[in-house]
Design a protein around this ligand. Structure first.
Ligand code: FES
Ligand SMILES: [Fe+2]
Length: 453
């Protein structure tokens, strides 16, 4: 029950109202305690399978992964898997990866290029447009049984700014309206010009929503990731948009306000400066001046290198993380140099298992003076030319995702939280103002599962 509680969180970077950086008006999402069974019950998982996943737009992948007709990738969520394939007319279609003959998967690969899809069970063949092209020994079938020429079942598919979405039941509102973000918000990053250079999918022993919840707030930074204090402000600007979407702006290259010494430059800050060509040894400013110095250095360098798209970004965007949440299961870390797409994917059967999937997209820059930013955390030897699409790295349960220390800390924590929320002592999450994005997400989810949406 909503009792009219409004967040009073003051953090506002002060951007003008017509800027994409602008602080959004507060939203009243009540202060309900949601029953914690949403994090472990099989019944609740089934309700989500029925009322949530088929009815939303789900981020399936990126257009740069399938530049030519016949290029495809597969995408899985819960019990469903889809083939996303570029058509001859350059449009993109999505099909359930299910053979209408006896249910086999018609495509076994995670990505590739095909002229058609031949099912490995009995050899039925389907065009990249999903149409049935060939039935093995067709004369052995009663013509009545196959007269409807069963092809692959299509799902709705659309894209915005180089990012592809699918909707299983085809009844969701138009994509842009559904996403709830201001016009141009995603498009400004030109994700279509970026390439996936690293792709990891790791299994975590927790409910998928605990993943979303943890990544939607910076309140836990001082405790779980204390090493970020020297280079990140954990009081972030939180913005709530329509339909469960949200954003938090995390100021980077600056010390947390919790750190007493706001003068001397932190080693992490020094590394951020070195990364953009400022010699930390000769930098005479204080810790509080590093963020602006890095912004100016990036702006100047972009001009010198002719990187025109930088002109559209605010100074804040050059340093800060715009962590952008798309309902239900996506967070994107948006930066001019690249975009981190994170998905929280439910397992097919186990409500206490999800897959944390990261695609790191990078914009190749053809200039010998350009270096890949160190903060992107790409493993040694990563091919950033964009010429080869890396394989998806699958990390099994019990192994750390090796996406850096911060991620490992989250991966170690969440299975423990999962145990706690199952306890009979736990009565439901108590979200504060710094967790308003989490409540915004959970409130939207509640509307779907209770039939209000
Ligand atoms: S299940 Fe696909 S051809 Fe038989
Ligand atoms: Fe974290």
């Amino acid at each position: 029950m909503s009792v009219g509680y409004q967040p009073k969180w003051p953090m506002d970077l002060g951007a003008p109202a017509d800027s994409l950086e602008a602080k959004q008006p507060d939203v009243d999402n009540g202060r309900e305690l949601y029953d914690p069974m949403r994090f472990y019950s099989r019944e609740f998982m089934e309700v989500e399978m029925d009322r949530l996943w088929p009815r939303v737009w789900l981020l399936a992948g990126v257009t740069s992964d399938i530049p030519y007709d016949g290029d495809y990738f597969t995408f899985e969520v819960g019990r469903e898997q889809f083939i996303i394939v570029r058509q001859e007319d350059d449009s993109i279609k999505a099909f359930y990866n299910v053979c209408p003959h006896r249910g086999n998967r018609v495509c076994m690969n995670e990505h590739g290029a095909a002229a058609s899809f031949t099912c490995a069970f009995h050899g039925w063949r389907f065009g990249i447009d999903g149409k049935l092209e060939h039935i093995t020994d067709e004369h052995t079938f009663d013509p009545k049984l196959i007269e409807h020429r069963p092809g692959l079942t299509e799902a709705a598919c659309d894209s915005v700014g180089g990012i592809i979405f699918i909707n299983m039941d085809g009844k969701a509102p138009p994509l842009k309206e559904y996403l709830g973000l201001p016009e141009g918000y995603i498009e400004q990053y030109k994700v279509d010009e970026m390439k996936v250079v690293h792709h990891v999918r790791s299994a975590w022993k927790a409910n998928w929503k605990l993943g979303v919840d943890a990544f939607y707030e910076t309140y836990h930074l001082p405790y779980v990731h204390p090493q970020t204090q020297g280079v990140m402000e954990d009081f972030s600007q939180n913005d709530l948009y329509a339909n469960g979407a949200s954003r938090m702006i995390v100021p980077i290259c600056t010390k947390s306000h919790r750190v007493e010494d706001q003068d001397s430059v932190d080693p992490y800050q020094a590394a951020m400066m070195a990364d953009v060509g400022i010699d930390p040894a000769t930098f005479s400013g204080t810790a509080g001046e590093v963020r602006e110095a890095v912004q100016q250095a990036k702006r100047k360098r972009a001009k010198e290198m002719g990187l025109e798209h930088y002109e559209h970004f605010t100074d804040g965007q050059l340093t800060d993380s715009w962590a952008t949440g798309l309902f239900p299961n996506v967070q994107m870390g948006m930066h001019p140099e690249g975009v981190f797409i994170m998905r929280f994917i439910p397992d097919a059967d186990d409500p206490e298992l999800f897959y944390y999937e990261t695609m790191i997209l990078y914009r190749p820059v053809e200039n010998p003076d350009w270096k890949v930013p160190a903060w992107m955390g790409l493993p040694e030897g990563t091919d950033v030319s964009g010429e080869t699409r890396p394989e998806v790295i699958h990390v099994p349960l019990g192994k750390l995702p090796e996406l850096g220390e911060v991620l490992d800390q989250d991966a170690e924590l969440l299975p423990i939280v999962q145990k706690g929320v199952r306890s009979r002592a736990f009565k439901g999450s108590l979200y504060g103002d710094q967790e308003q994005r989490v409540r915004h997400f959970e409130a939207e989810l509640e509307r779907y599962v209770t039939g209000k949406k």
